[in-house]
Structure formats: C-alpha cells, structure tokens
Design a protein around this ligand. Structure first.
Ligand SMILES: [Zn+2]
Length: 335
C-alpha cells in the first residue's frame, strides 16, 4: 500500500483529482466478524445487519439519533484544569488527551446537547467511548453537572447515555471525586421534580456504575450492553466460581431487576418519547383519555380516573415549561 499511498495519492491530489475513499470504508462487526459497509452501518444506526450487534456509537451520532429531526444544540462545557497531577505512564497524559482530541471540537468524553424530543424539551448527555474509553475525569463530571443544571433551568427531563470504562486513572482522586458530584447533579434534577432517564450503552462499567448511571428513575439498556462494576474476569478470579452465561449483559440484568427495559436502538427514540410523554404529561388525564363523566366530579364513577385527572397540574400551569427561557445559558450552536 505504501507505493499507492505515498506516491499515487499525492500525484492524484496534485492533479486535483480527489480520491474519494475514506480510510474506514469497511468495519468488521466485533460479534459476527462480517464486514460492514460504513454507509450502510450509519443508516442502520451502527447496528450490524447480520447479527443485530449494537456497535459503539460516537456521542454526536447518539444525540443526532435522539432529537427531533436530528437537530440539537450543544452547550460549551466549563474549562477544567488539564493534567492536574502531571501524570505520566508510558506516555504523558497531556499527549494522550491531545491525541484523543485530535483537532476536532470534542473536548472530553461527554457531549451535552439540548433540543426537542417528540416536542418536549430535553437535555441529553452522551459519553463517547472513543475518547479515552469514555473515562470520567473532572471534565466529564463538569459536563454531567452542566447537563443537570441545564435540565433544571429548562424544566426538561435529563437523559444520560453512559458508555464508559469508569474513572479516569490519570486524574487519580480528582476523578473519584466526580462520583459524589454527579450524584448531587442527579439529586438536583430529582428535587426539581424532573425525570432522570439513563440509557445504559455498551460498556457501562467501573466508576460510572458506582454513581449516576445506576440512579435513573427509569433505566433502559441497549441489547447486549455490558453493565457492571468490576469486570467478569476479576469477579471470577476473586470468588473462584464460574459465572452464569450472559453475566453482566443487559438482558441478564433485566431478568434480575437491575434494568427496566432492554430496547433496540431503532426503537430507542420512540420509547424515550413515550416515557417522557407519560412522565411529563401536564394536561389533565381526561384530555388525553376521554372519559364518560357523570354530572358529579366525586370520582365515584368508574375506576378513580377522574380523580387522578384532578390530581394533575391545573391547566393554568400548562404554559410552565419554557424550553428556551434562558438563551444566554446555552451559548454554542452546533453545526
Ligand atoms: Zn454482526
């Protein structure tokens, strides 16, 4: 290939002929090892069309997939201190960070976007496993806190999609401090009476499962996603026992009550919208489900539904959520 890449390609470029072949045209499915055409894979939401394996998704693709018409705005995350411990293993941490950023505008492993989902305002924070294993350092912690604040400010549900190997060891104790910080962020959302939904993507392991990732009011998971604190091998070697088939996979956790639903990526957006619809229904229930109501409103009639309707927010509160109330808080527009 060297002759082609080193000689032919520059010559073609010099002639103004663009060799329109990206480097990652074909991707091998990590599960069935079939070769997948990149463009097809993108239209199929990064799901293998041979074996239905859910491949890992860049954070930007995740946000595009969830919001109405794929339109959303990202927020600029607060600047954080880089390399506070001047950490060095085989390479410097700063070098690793620079490589992970490689020129594009992602600053760290978390991307926070806001927009509409099924007409409801929503805030989504998605992890990028491609950025240093989606590890949670100070910047990622700040990202989650910013997302929680934005959700409270916009009176919108918060959806978090972790895909992370855990804490970022290069930041030591500062990374571990993000565990309680993110829990406080979740608590803020909860105190504001807003839904907090987690979509567990492959892999959700280590520090994130010890904090915000397991605290969702509703926990969804993608099929086959690995979710757990310590890795299977570590557990197996510690307890000296063979672990059951499918241990730490989304389906296993669903069977054992750790996950509420396992949802295919194609159905994920619709399912999330349905959940938000249910949880954020500010209209009286009678408007949504027309009921035959007798003259009185004592709720004696049928199954207590009219009473439930009156328990909902009164209609004058309907104008309450104003998604773009504070435009100054959400400065950047993502192209
Ligand atoms: Zn496959």
């Amino acid at each position: 290939m060297s002759w082609l890449t080193n000689f032919v390609r520059p010559k073609l470029r010099a002639l103004g002929i663009k060799p329109d072949v990206p480097d990652n045209l074909w991707i091998k499915c990590p599960s069935c090892e079939q070769m997948l055409f990149h463009r097809e894979l993108v239209t199929n939401l990064h799901v293998c069309h041979y074996c239905d394996h859910h491949l890992r998704l860049p954070a930007a693709d995740r946000l595009e997939m969830l919001f109405d018409e794929g339109e959303y705005q990202t927020i600029e995350l607060p600047e954080t201190v880089t390399d506070p411990l001047r950490f060095r293993d085989r390479r410097r941490y700063t070098e690793r960070l620079r490589d992970a950023r490689h020129g594009d505008d992602r600053r760290d492993a978390v991307l926070v976007g806001h927009g509409d989902m099924g007409g409801h305002p929503a805030v989504v924070a998605a992890f990028d496993f491609g950025f240093m294993g989606g590890s949670m350092g100070v910047a990622a912690g700040e990202g989650l806190l910013a997302a929680a604040n934005l959700a409270v400010l916009q009176d919108a549900p918060l959806i978090v999609v972790p895909a992370s190997g855990g804490a970022r060891m290069q930041e030591g104790i500062l990374s571990l401090m993000q565990l309680p910080r993110t829990v406080i962020g979740v608590q803020q959302v909860r105190e504001a009476g807003l839904p907090y939904i987690v979509v567990l993507a492959d892999p959700t392991t280590g520090g994130v499962t010890a904090s915000f990732a397991m605290l969702g009011d509703i926990a969804l998971a993608e099929p086959g996603a690995v979710v757990g604190f310590a890795g299977t091998r570590v557990i197996q070697e510690t307890i000296r026992e063979k672990l059951p088939e499918g241990f730490q996979r989304a389906e296993y956790l669903h069977e054992h009550g750790m996950v509420d639903m396992v949802v295919h990526r194609r159905a994920l957006r619709e399912r999330l919208i349905a959940i938000i619809d249910l949880l954020r229904n500010t209209r009286p229930l009678a408007e949504v489900v027309p009921l035959e109501r007798p003259g009185k409103t004592t709720g004696k009639s049928a199954d207590g539904k009219p009473e439930e309707a009156s328990r909902d927010k009164p209609p004058e509160d309907k104008a309450g959520p104003e998604p773009q109330a504070e435009p100054g808080e959400a400065p950047t527009k993502d192209a």
